[in-house]
Design a protein. Structure first.
Length: 479
């Protein structure tokens, strides 16, 4: 989709209005945008922005490790806090579970205010599945950046085999869209502690000067809001020519899977780039069980040959681009706090497409290989398990993907025209065996199941009564 020759957005006002409605994300004009490739470039950009800070620094990241790069950031943040700049840090409790308390204490001693997001709470035990998966930096209400990059040495590695880097993508922003990115930080900061963010650290879009020609909207995903999912569904339905996706943990929800397959069936060039070596190997294996349905529908799938590709990007029709933290799986699209910048600009989209094509040059396409009556999903050049282990440079976290495992295994059991392959048979057999064993144990020893169910019912029922009483007392107090 091209511009009209004067740099103006093409005539898709109706789609733009619909995108704004489903995502609750207004379009902001006048932004300067800078695409950041991989950890080293992103870290230098972030550290330079922190060094320029005069009023405040807002940092929110799912993983903030106490390693070499983590200590560089801690030193930069601590130095600013000691100089009188207000430094506020949010980190995910689960994503930073292995970070020693002394690391956070050092930041606090320097004057930074640090809050964990969503630690376990007795009154809401299932809330632990909700994770703050955002990667966000805002400085002085003038600069902001988001993407897939966490703060850890793993983002600096290269493959010892072929020299390819750990791939990720971020974007820095100057202009009115910074206000919406800071709004996302403010909302989660307020939820994570007693004192809310001061009003002077909540800039409005109208008070931020234009800094370029880019139009962008900030999709602020919160648990159960489904804003990013609705946005992607609508974008997929409206795409006309091409839709190129990079996703590290490609366990697509059924409704999005159907949308992508329908677009490919309608002649859209749909491509998905995933890692050949996944830092969560079991998610990589599960993802591959779903390849066949996409390939048969006309979706093209590629696997990056470096140590990992962690970028979460979309570029559509040479106009719409998404850079952010949201993976295309259930936990990101439904249960987590996420943040994505969606740009509507031909120049930025051209950069995104060029970056995608660079990654394809370091990837291999997955094809359906026919052998008699059997179709096997495999890369053009098979990769041995030992190669995958050698390339794996970063350990991941698998929060919220268990439900997807059952969904994929269940899908593998459904009758189809193509025989199940080894990875599909293994997954389907394991799930079926577990269900059968549970059923037999329940028949033979009913108390084994009865007591745990009774205990769970008592706990959740009691917590429900307590929460209802608290809500009632709170309402009576206000009245």
């Amino acid at each position: 989709m091209a511009t009209n020759g004067h740099g103006e957005r093409p005539g898709r006002r109706r789609l733009d209005r619909a995108l704004a409605r489903v995502s609750d994300a207004p379009l902001r004009e006048g932004n300067g945008l800078h695409l950041l490739k991989n950890g080293p470039d992103t870290y230098e950009d972030w550290l330079a922005a922190i060094a320029r800070a005069e009023r405040w620094v807002h940092l929110d990241n799912y993983i903030f490790q106490a390693d070499e790069i983590g200590h560089r950031f801690a030193a930069a943040l601590g130095s600013k806090a000691e100089s009188g700049v207000r430094v506020r840090v949010l980190y995910d409790w689960f994503g930073c579970l292995d970070v020693p308390r002394s690391f956070w204490k050092g930041l606090r001693r320097a004057g930074a205010e640090v809050r964990p997001v969503n630690p376990p709470a007795f009154g809401y035990p299932l809330g632990v599945i909700r994770r703050d998966h955002r990667k966000l930096l805002v400085v002085d209400g003038e600069y902001a950046s988001t993407g897939g990059v966490c703060i850890a040495d793993g983002w600096m590695v290269r493959s010892p085999e072929n020299g390819l880097p750990y791939r990720d993508t971020a974007v820095s922003v100057r202009g009115p869209a910074v206000a919406d990115l800071d709004l996302a930080f403010a909302g989660l900061w307020d939820e994570s502690g007693a004192a809310p963010l001061p009003e002077e650290e909540r800039p409005g879009a109208g008070g931020i000067a234009r800094s370029g020609d880019g139009a962008a909207r900030v999709v602020i995903q919160e648990p159960q809001k489904l804003r990013t999912l609705r946005f992607l569904q609508l974008l997929t339905a409206g795409v006309e020519e091409r839709l190129w996706i990079t996703d590290p943990y490609f366990l697509s929800m059924p409704i999005l899977t159907q949308s992508l397959m329908a677009a490919a069936g309608d002649g859209v060039d749909v491509r998905v780039l995933t890692p050949a070596t996944n830092d969560l190997p079991w998610i990589g294996a599960l993802s591959r069980t779903g390849y066949r349905q996409f390939l048969e529908a006309g979706v093209r799938i590629f696997e990056y040959a470096g140590p990992m590709i962690h970028a979460k990007t979309v570029v559509a029709d040479g106009w719409y681009s998404k850079v952010g933290s949201t993976n295309l799986n259930f936990s990101s699209l439904s249960a987590n706090w996420e943040i994505d910048l969606v740009v509507e600009d031909a120049g930025f989209a051209a950069q995104m497409e060029a970056l995608f094509e660079q990654d394809l040059a370091n990837a291999r396409e997955v094809n359906l290989v026919r052998s008699g009556r059997t179709r096997e999903v495999q890369p053009e050049r098979p990769m041995r398990a030992s190669d995958r282990r050698a390339r794996r440079g970063v350990a991941g976290t698998g929060s919220g993907a268990g439900a997807t495992a059952f969904r994929v295994g269940n899908a593998a059991l459904r009758k189809g025209s193509v025989p199940l392959q080894t990875h599909e048979r293994t997954l389907a057999g394991a799930i079926s065996g577990a269900v059968l064993l549970s059923s037999l144990l329940t028949l033979r020893f009913p108390r084994i199941l009865a007591w745990p169910l009774a205990l769970l019912g008592s706990v959740f029922g009691g917590l429900g009564v307590i929460r209802a009483l608290r809500a009632s007392l709170s309402r009576d107090g206000r009245e």
